[in-house]
Write a protein that binds this ligand. Structure first.
Ligand code: ATP
Length: 614
């Protein structure tokens, strides 16, 4: 894990460095551009304004002509600069001046009569055409534009065409290898078993190819965030000892059209050169979501996805590049990605079960000091549904809490506090709560606890508290002693009753209702809705799924069905609320006692709570 964190840190440090470099380069380019523009501008201004003694203003020239002071005028075709020689003594070149005339034609007409009258000599010359000079002149005038285009191209390159085509671990550039091994992954034994084959492919591709076997191209890892998808991908590379090139789906998405596709191309080019190796694309849903026919950014996404499909199809048989991709939203993916030859192997990485959680806790307990009372099995029991990342976080939080509490080692209580901090939020012992609010919270939490005690499918109460934590004014924690794959209808109905226990207690005991029940109501309504629309648990509607991507699609079911869903949700919630009130009014004495004890002690343990029922 430490190595992982270290490499993540390295990555983010490098990312920061390259961002700073990009900013500095951009600034330098902008400064060069501005300097050039200013230089050219001043050059022109100077050209216009600078009148040295060899130059004559146009008005002065006219006056000099009128006064008969001009001896000779030399004009060059195509140029508005003329040379005049003033009358006088000495060398001709000392008397020569240059004049810029606003209109050569008007000037020619003007001096026509003077030429004959005053005898001014006119010398007409053809401008020598030096092609090199002309090109240089044109280039110079285009300099700002050229620099601007160069700036744009450099930015474009920095954004993606150049560098960013995946972070490499263990490449020939001397980058550090991924030293994650299967032993660094706790639990997930079946998943590791399935992937061992891939390690073998990568180690001895020739043996498989000689046998005529096709190397799998792509493996898709599905699972909640933090279940260890990246870890498993790294471990495959670590076990096989091959380079690991990692890139996140979001890194392909850029504001410049075509960059995503170009990055995909570069990534695969790089991988082919390093073969055998692994490409890991995290959050593939960012580029692999279903293609649309819309324009704009979606077209850009489509192009990126198309390029990915093309690259996956384009491997030669001797190129052992295995693409691993991870997502937690498999339903979003374009079907084309899942076709044979692309991501045809899909492996679900579940949240760990009881044994898995215990193993993960033990693995992450290395390098930490624990007291003898710490029981990882019991912590695993209390953390059903936690992912590997959350469990690692629990132990880290526990270490922080233990240090702050000046404990010599991490104690069980530190771990319990860490679990509570992660699930319900930080305990707010200093928050001032009015007596009225305390009473309301005490009845609300007592209501949940007492109601659930009478519901056979609900788990036992672990702790009830009226000390605010996170956003909650109080909480009721339940024991989690079983890993479940299925939840029965009765259990869902009883869960709704237990959720309504808080509101029911406020109503019955205080004849008042409060905003404190908002989250309970939200969760209960969600359960009711899923029962009807996802799990097909309604007798009248039957086992149909009304789960649709677009609410518009619901129209095919007709208004009757939609109305029925609305009515049934209402009925389920009403029934749960009524049942909770009934349980509490039948056990009013216990409710009062539990609430009174909470007001007195602020926190009740499982054992203290059970005492009320003896
Ligand atoms: P995301 O979808 O957010 O990218 P992920 O599924 O890729 O998450 P990882 O990044 O692999 O999750 O895991 C995060 C961290 O959680 C790991 O670095 C590791 O510390 C811990 N972890 C997760 N699962 C396990 C496991 N099975 N064994 C040991 N540690 C684990």
């Amino acid at each position: 894990m430490e190595n992982n964190e270290k490499s993540n840190n390295d990555n983010s440090k490098e990312q920061k460095k390259s961002n700073v470099l990009k900013i500095i380069l951009t600034l330098i380019l902008i400064i060069i551009c501005i300097a050039c523009i200013v230089f050219i501008y001043y050059q022109n201004i100077n050209k216009e304004n600078k009148v040295d003694e060899k130059e004559l203003a146009y008005t002065e020239l006219i006056t000099s002509i009128n006064e008969g002071k001009i001896e000779k005028i030399t004009m060059t075709t195509g140029s508005s600069t003329i040379k005049v020689v003033l009358k006088g003594e000495g060398e001709e070149k000392d008397r020569e001046k240059t004049v810029i005339v606003p209109s050569v034609q008007a000037f020619t007409e003007l001096i026509q009569e003077k030429v004959d009258k005053d005898g001014i000599k006119i010398d007409l010359k053809q401008e020598p055409t030096n092609p090199l000079l002309r090109i240089a002149d044109t280039l110079f005038s285009l300099l700002p534009t050229i620099l601007l285009v160069a700036l744009m191209l450099m930015l474009f390159k920095m954004q993606g065409l150049g560098g960013d085509s995946g972070k490499v671990y263990g490449g020939e550039d001397g980058s550090k290898k991924t030293d994650v091994k299967f032993d660094d992954i706790a639990g997930l034994d079946e998943e590791k078993g399935e992937l061992i084959e891939i390690v073998d492919f990568l180690k001895k591709p020739k043996a498989y190819l000689d046998m005529g076997a096709k190397i799998p191209r792509g493996i898709l890892l599905y699972g909640k965030p933090g279940t260890g998808k990246t870890l498993i991908a790294k471990a495959i590379a670590g076990e096989a000892g091959v380079p690991f090139i990692s890139m996140s789906g979001s890194e392909f998405i850029e504001m410049f059209a075509g960059l995503g596709a170009s990055r995909v191309r570069k990534l695969f080019e790089k991988a082919k050169k390093m073969s055998p190796c692994i490409i890991f694309i995290d959050e593939i849903d960012a580029i692999g979501s279903r293609r649309t026919s819309n324009s704009g950014s979606e077209t850009e996404n489509n192009q990126t996805l198309n390029q990915l499909l093309v690259e996956m199809d384009g491997f030669e048989t001797n190129e052992t590049v295995i693409v691993l991709a991870a997502t937690n939203r498999p339903e979003m993916l374009d079907k084309a990605l899942l076709r044979p030859g692309r991501f045809d192997r899909q492996i679900t990485i579940p949240a760990p079960d009881l044994n898995g959680r215990e193993a993960i806790l033990k693995l992450h307990s290395k390098n930490k000091k624990f007291a003898k009372d710490v029981d990882f099995k019991s912590i695993a029991g209390d953390t059903a549904g936690f992912t590997g990342a959350e469990l690692a976080n629990v132990l880290n939080e526990a270490a922080i809490i233990a240090t702050r509490s000046k404990h010599n080692e991490i104690q069980n209580v530190d771990i319990e506090n860490a679990v509570k901090k992660i699930t319900v939020g930080l305990e707010k012992t200093n928050r001032v709560v009015s007596d009225k609010d305390k009473k309301l919270t005490a009845y609300h939490e007592a209501g949940h606890a007492v109601v659930s005690k009478f519901l056979p499918t609900q788990t036992d109460v672990k702790e009830v508290s009226i000390i605010p934590r996170g956003l909650a004014g109080g909480y009721t924690m339940y024991k989690t002693n079983e890993d479940k794959y299925y939840v029965s209808k009765t259990e869902l109905l009883e869960k709704m009753v237990s959720l309504m226990g808080g509101r029911a207690a406020e109503k019955i005991a205080l004849n008042e209702i409060s905003t404190g029940a908002s989250n309970d109501i939200e969760v209960a309504t969600g359960i009711a809705r899923d029962m009807l629309t996802v799990y097909g648990m309604d007798d009248k509607l039957g086992p149909i799924s009304l789960k649709v991507d677009d609410p518009y699609e619901l129209q095919i079911f007709g208004e009757k069905v939609i109305d029925e869903v609305g009515n049934q949700i209402q009925i389920l919630i009403d029934n749960a609320y009524i049942t909770a009130q009934k349980i509490l009014s039948d056990n009013m004495d216990i409710l009062d006692k539990v609430a009174a004890r909470l007001l007195e002690k602020e926190k009740i343990t499982s054992e203290e709570f059970e005492e009320f029922f003896k």
